[in-house]
Design a protein around this ligand. Structure first.
Ligand code: SF4
Length: 261
């Protein structure tokens, strides 16, 4: 890797870490002590870097200011956040996890599915929505005329809660910023929240899924449509009709052809 590339990557990492701090409630980060390395990094990067990134981190009077911008290489930025998540110990779930479960799919997906948290299979594999529920989600995606790799799939919580219990508020508070960063990079045209816990957590409501589904809400600047969780559909096959109607709403929004009956 060339020197300018190394410096650019270091700056990108710094930017992402600052975004995490910002999403955790910090408005700005002031560096104290010897921060010559930051100035050096900034100066060298400005000399060697070919062009500034669309969303840039500026250093002014020892204060790092993060400005939003569209990613030019979404998968690279997602990889950097995935690395952060791998070493995250912000909540107690870090102790019991086998793997972190960051997300899979197209970094520029038009459609993003969001569940609540990894289960046992996901924890073992490090991938969201595997096992029987995952297989049904894959069939639902195919039913929309898409492949699993065309969409992006993630959970709100990146580590498995013990015994698959619902995430605690403190876990959501700590982990949701990672999801928001994923959304900011992917910029999906529409989000599908899978299941009651996901929809209620994202929308900060206790309204039942039966009342939330079937209509559009907003989350992180994107339309969000809740539907039933595939695991619920496995237990209650009669609800598949409503879930299919929800998926058709998403297809209409994306301009996808709805198959004839
Ligand atoms: S659940 Fe999220 S916040 Fe908690 S340790 Fe895992 S990655 Fe970090």
């Amino acid at each position: 890797m060339r020197r300018d590339e190394i410096l650019s990557e270091k700056l990108a990492r710094l930017k992402l870490q600052l975004e995490t701090l910002k999403l955790h409630g910090h408005q700005y980060v002031e560096f104290s002590g010897n921060n010559n390395w930051i100035a050096k990094l900034r100066d060298e990067a400005s000399v060697f870097a070919p062009a500034p990134p669309a969303g840039s981190t500026k250093l002014k009077d020892n204060v790092a200011v993060v400005t939003p911008g569209k990613s030019s290489s979404g998968s690279g930025e997602l990889d950097l956040i995935a690395q952060e998540v791998k070493s995250c110990e912000l909540c107690p779930l870090a102790k019991s996890r086998t793997n972190t479960v960051f997300g899979v799919g197209d970094a520029k997906a038009r459609l993003m599915f969001i569940g609540e948290a990894p289960g046992r299979d996901e924890d073992l594999k490090g991938e969201p929505f595997v096992g029987r529920a995952g297989a049904l989600l894959t069939r639902m995606i195919k039913g929309m005329g898409l492949e699993r790799g065309d969409v992006y799939i993630a959970n709100i919580i990146k580590c498995r809660p013990p015994k698959n219990r619902n995430p605690e508020p403190v876990e959501v508070d700590n982990c949701e910023p990672y999801l928001k960063r994923q959304i900011n990079i992917i910029k999906p045209e529409i989000i599908c929240a899978l299941g009651a816990v996901s929809a209620q957590t994202l929308l900060k409501t206790k309204t039942p899924i039966s009342k939330l589904r079937g209509r559009l809400h907003q989350y992180q600047g994107a339309p969000l449509l809740p539907t039933f969780h595939p695991a619920y559909l496995l237990r209650n096959p009669s609800a598949k009709t409503e879930a299919w109607s929800d998926l058709q709403m998403i297809m209409k929004k994306l301009g996808l052809k709805i198959p004839d009956k």
